[in-house]
Design a protein around this ligand. Structure first.
Ligand SMILES: Cc1cc2nc3c(=O)[nH]c(=O)nc-3n(C[C@H](O)[C@H](O)[C@H](O)COP(=O)(O)OP(=O)(O)OC[C@H]3O[C@@H](n4cnc5c(N)ncnc54)[C@H](O)[C@@H]3O)c2cc1C
Length: 719
């Protein structure tokens, strides 16, 4: 409504302007003939005339009316160079900013909604270089003043930036016009004021900031390398530090394209995912799920069983699973692929040289054209008084420490309500531990929507986990033989006795001890890179957990492609890392899978979105399997089937999500999913039904009313 009012006011003013032929007053001839009268008025009303002039100027520019050039000449003619320049400079910038704000108010939302995805790159460019773009456009008088105001209005450029850059950028051109106005009698046409030479000079001024920026970049690069001597020849094209997902994929790509690659791993090939992360945790979760199914076998008409088992056997299976996966990431496999795998600790000593302290003694030095840092992350251990004294495990030590236990820990405290803490809490509770999960925040899985956190909490509570949100760990103590975690909740201290304490409060990138500090490679929780994954040194790249922003195996592998390809072929073409479709899953039961944006993010980004839901309780296969907990929730822009984000909560959510990931990646909408045959009865059918829900909500009502009439007519009348 407000928008319509603004549009109506603008249209009324523009119509009035032309209706009353006011444009006839804004011509060179009219200005020349009225100059004497204006001078007379100015002598009589020395304050009022400049004020009225200012307001009229602002209105003309704010409404994007023709005549700004004449108004500027008039400024010079009436007030002289300096006063004229002052008035015009502020009036034109104010008017331009009003036009910018009107365009923003009236158009931005619909333009961003309609072209949001395509505008993303432009928005990013505006965020980064908006002031530069605007400055250039303002300086070059070839770009129409009012078009710039309107176009910039629909971008995300800040209003204040728009104002001051406009004022600065327009100053030169304004001065030329105002100065011309001081010699009004000699001007024959407005167009003649700017000679081609003058336009060229301004154009050169306009591109100057870009040239300056490019020079700064070259200087920064040179400065980064200053003081280092580049080798004349290199032993390797690429040295990769770290043999986890990020490092393995980087090395694989390098070897595949025939580069000479060395991969250095200090510890275990496969990194965290294989040895301490995804693989052992998913093996544990499977055992826990089987125990749960035995306990609830009566849901399937069988006798429920309290599972009896050897915890050692469960842990042995986990280590067996790691062993079975190990060959995929082994030294032998990668050597076979053509990678020179070195087992040792790498240190970058200069931008082209890596020293390796070999695990079996001795050192090796390699020079290389490029380096990929894929050193990963490690568990974050909080500075909690008494923690070292009572002892604790992390995801790194849990698998070996618990392998020595005959039974699951009787009382286990899990510190942390993120995905790792939640997966492990749930699994150990199902294996019989009395688990208390301690989380300082309002809810567990805080990155997900509130309803998702709630479902996770309910599922865990149902399996016996005591979910203690808004509980802050204060210290650890010993009470005789008893180990105790002291927490604070609503101002009160509480004592939680435990047998084992698992710290899962987050992971921190490995940033020290291998040369980053000495080379001045900037870090801020992760290694800082640009969009090409280059660090301060354009030949040193970073990928995976060490560089963030997502800490998953699949994102490490995804980043590795960009790092390796840019490292090896960046001199021809560089690729910006693409984080547009990033999926992940928390593997508790039900699984919680996500891709794209959540509702909270859609709100934050001011996207006009709709939500489509399908409950798994409606799905035949889920009913048959008694796995009806959960739903599919799809976010789309209003009225469109384009997928912005999906949450799936349910059994096999991680696998169901694959179809949505593919659709998002390749721009396929819900109509395409609806038009695809899905096997009956499968869980995957839920995806199609979710698309069907969207279609139902967008059925063509008018057409259906006509069809109703048509069929009625075909039946021979109203019956
Ligand atoms: C319990 C748990 C469960 C997880 N579950 C999942 C999941 O289900 N799905 C998922 O996608 N992700 C999961 N993750 C996250 C996943 O493990 C990581 O995102 C992934 O391992 C990151 O790979 P990376 O290559 O960046 O680092 P890493 O796998 O950590 O590899 C880095 C390697 O670099 C080596 N290194 C470090 N410095 C040097 C040096 N100077 N010289 C030589 N070598 C060095 C280290 O020894 C290490 O092996 C889980 C993590 C944990 C802890």
């Amino acid at each position: 409504m407000k928008r319509l009012t603004v549009i109506a006011i603008v249209i009324a003013l523009v119509v009035a302007f032309f209706g009353f032929d006011l444009n006839d007053y804004l011509t060179l001839a009219q200005l020349k003939s009225s100059q004497a009268t204006f001078d007379q008025w100015l002598r009589e009303f020395p304050v009022l005339v400049p004020a009225v002039y200012f307001v009229v100027y602002v209105l003309v520019t704010a409404l994007s009316l023709p005549g700004a050039a004449i108004m500027t000449l008039a400024g010079g003619a009436l007030f002289g160079l300096w006063q004229g320049l002052l008035l015009v400079s502020f009036a034109s910038s104010t008017g331009a900013t009003l036009a910018f704000l009107v365009a923003r108010f009236v158009l931005r939302e619909s333009v961003q909604n309609r072209f949001g995805e395509r505008l993303k790159a432009i928005n990013r460019g505006i965020e980064r270089d908006g002031a530069f773009y605007l400055f250039t456009l303002r300086l070059v008088p070839l770009f129409p003043f009012f078009v710039i105001n309107l176009v910039m209005g629909v971008t995300r450029l800040k209003t204040w930036t728009f104002y001051w850059v406009s004022q600065l950028g327009m100053l030169g051109g304004t001065a030329v016009y105002v100065n011309a106005g001081t010699q009004l009698a000699e001007i024959d046409s407005v167009g003649g004021i700017f000679s081609p030479e003058l336009i060229l000079s301004f154009a050169l001024l306009g591109v100057f900031p870009w040239i300056a920026k490019a020079i700064v970049r070259v200087v920064q690069r040179r400065r980064a390398y200053k003081g280092w001597t580049r080798p004349k020849r290199f032993d390797r094209n690429l040295v990769v530090i770290g043999g986890g997902a990020g490092g393995l994929v980087s090395a694989y790509i390098g070897a595949t394209v025939k580069a000479k690659v060395t991969l250095v791993e200090a510890h275990k090939m496969g990194g965290d995912c294989l040895n301490y992360g995804c693989v052992p945790s998913k093996a544990l979760i499977k055992s826990a799920k089987v125990a749960h199914q035995m306990r609830h076998a009566d849901h399937y008409g069988l006798n429920a069983q309290q599972p009896t088992f050897s915890f050692r056997a469960v842990m042995e299976r986990i280590h067996k699973v790691i062993k079975e996966v190990e060959p995929h990431d082994s030294v032998e496999r990668y050597t076979g692929l053509g990678v020179d795998v070195v087992q040792g600790y790498a240190t970058i000593v200069d931008p082209w040289t890596v020293d390796i302290a070999l695990n079996n003694g001795g050192t090796r030095r390699l020079t290389t054209r490029s380096i990929v840092i894929a050193a990963g992350a490690e568990p974050l251990v909080p500075d909690l008084p008494g923690l070292d004294d009572v002892g604790y495990v992390t995801s790194d030590t849990l698998w070996d420490t618990f392998a020595k236990l005959d039974e699951p820990p009787k009382r286990l405290i899990v510190l942390g309500g993120g995905p790792i803490g939640s997966e492990l809490s749930h699994a150990f509770a199902r294996l019989g531990s009395k688990v208390s999960q301690v989380e300082r925040g309002e809810r567990i899985l805080a990155k997900e929507d509130i309803e998702v956190s709630e479902i996770a909490r309910e599922a865990m509570t149902a399996d016996g986990v005591e979910v203690l949100t808004r509980h802050e760990a204060l210290r650890c103590e010993r009470d005789g033989d008893e180990k105790v975690l002291v927490v604070k909740h609503e101002g009160e201290e509480k004592r939680l006795p435990f047998d084992q304490l698992l710290v899962a409060v987050g992971r921190k990138a490995r940033l020290t001890g291998y040369g980053l500090e000495d080379l001045g490679i900037r870090t801020e929780r992760t290694v800082l890179t640009n969009e090409y994954l280059e660090t301060l040194y354009p030949n040193i790249y970073a990928a995976g957990d060490v560089a963030g922003p997502y800490q998953f195996t699949h994102t490490a592998a995804h980043m590795a492609w960009y790092a390796a390809v840019n490292a090896l072929f960046g001199q021809f073409k560089r690729f910006k890392v693409d984080y547009s479709v990033i999926p992940w899953t928390t593997f508790m039961d039900p699984e919680i899978a996500r891709v794209g944006i959540s509702e909270a993010e859609a709100k934050e980004q001011e996207i006009d979105y709709e939500v489509t839901r399908f409950e798994l309780a409606e799905l035949d296969r889920a009913i048959a399997d008694s796995t009806t907990t959960g739903f599919i929730k799809v976010l789309t822009p209003k009225g469109k089937d384009k997928i912005l984000g999906v949450v799936i909560v349910g059994t096999e959510a991680s696998n169901l999500m694959a179809e949505f990931i593919l659709a998002m990646r390749h721009g396929l909408g819900l109509n395409k999913i609806l038009g695809t045959i899905h096997v009956y009865p499968t869980l995957a059918e839920a995806n199609k039904y979710a698309a069907g829900e969207w279609k139902k909500a967008h059925k063509p009502e008018a057409v259906l009313q006509w069809l109703d009439k048509y069929h009625n007519w075909r039946r021979g009348g109203d019956r």
